[in-house]
Design a protein around this ligand. Structure first.
Ligand code: DX5
Ligand code: ZN
Length: 216
């Protein structure tokens, strides 16, 4: 399977969200990456259900919803009803991660777990066969346009080894600071999904940028 490119809507023009959704639809991108921030788990607030509803209305590709919120279980059902194909919760925000993962799966969405840059990959040993995606944060979550943390490469390699060893089907997603300078090395280390906000939406030619990120 070739890798997935997921433009992050956080970097879109919210004054013309329909146009930016239509750009993603028409581009070579595979998914929409949708960042939900609550101002508690992360030091920023992004948007909630009314905006997600607008995205759902215009998007023709799967919605990959990244929950940077505390107590995500409270809202999982609602995110599924708003068309989320993938729902990713943070390891650091879940008291009972296994329960959260089962809850997501019960809605029909694919469950994912995200790790902050400081959280070691080995903590996923006993959950790796239950998740469909692991999101490795390659910046501290909260904002688009930050600089990529180099330590991510070795986390991808370690996670890939674990996934192979445990015969897990989980995809490895990289989120934050993905650019033309690092995406190929990330793919070589084992990444399956590249999230890109700033790199796609601020490109001179956004269609070409997505096409390039789709190449190996
Ligand atoms: C950061 C978000 C990312 C962000 C990525 O907290 O989870 O998805 O939108 O943006 P870039 O690609 O600009 O770093
Ligand atoms: Zn994200």
């Amino acid at each position: 399977m070739s890798h997935i490119v997921a433009p992050s809507i956080l970097s879109a023009d919210f004054g013309n969200l329909q146009a930016d959704c239509e750009f993603v639809n028409a581009s070579a991108a595979d998914w929409f990456h949708v960042d939900i921030m609550d101002g508690v788990f992360v030091p920023n607030i992004s948007f909630g259900f009314p905006v997600l509803k607008a995205i759902q209305k215009h998007a023709t590709k799967p919605l990959d919803v990244h929950l940077m919120i505390v107590e995500p279980d409270k809202f999982v059902q609602q995110f599924a009803q708003h068309g989320a194909s993938v729902i990713t919760v943070h390891y650091e925000a879940c008291q009972h991660l296994h329960r959260s993962i089962q809850l997501i799966r019960s809605t029909g969405a694919k469950p994912g777990v995200a790790l902050n840059p400081h959280t070691p990959v080995h903590l996923l040993t006993d959950i790796i066969t239950d998740v469909d995606l692991v999101c490795l944060m390659s910046v501290n979550p909260g904002f688009g346009g930050q600089q990529f943390i180099e330590n991510t490469y070795q986390k991808v390699t370690t996670l890939k080894e674990m996934i192979v060893r445990k015969s897990s089907a989980a995809l490895i997603e990289i989120d934050g600071g993905v650019t033309l300078d690092n995406y190929q090395k990330l793919l070589q280390c084992g990444a399956d999904v590249l999230v890109a906000g700033n790199t796609v939406f601020n490109a001179a030619n956004r269609f070409e940028m997505v096409k390039t990120l789709k190449q190996n």
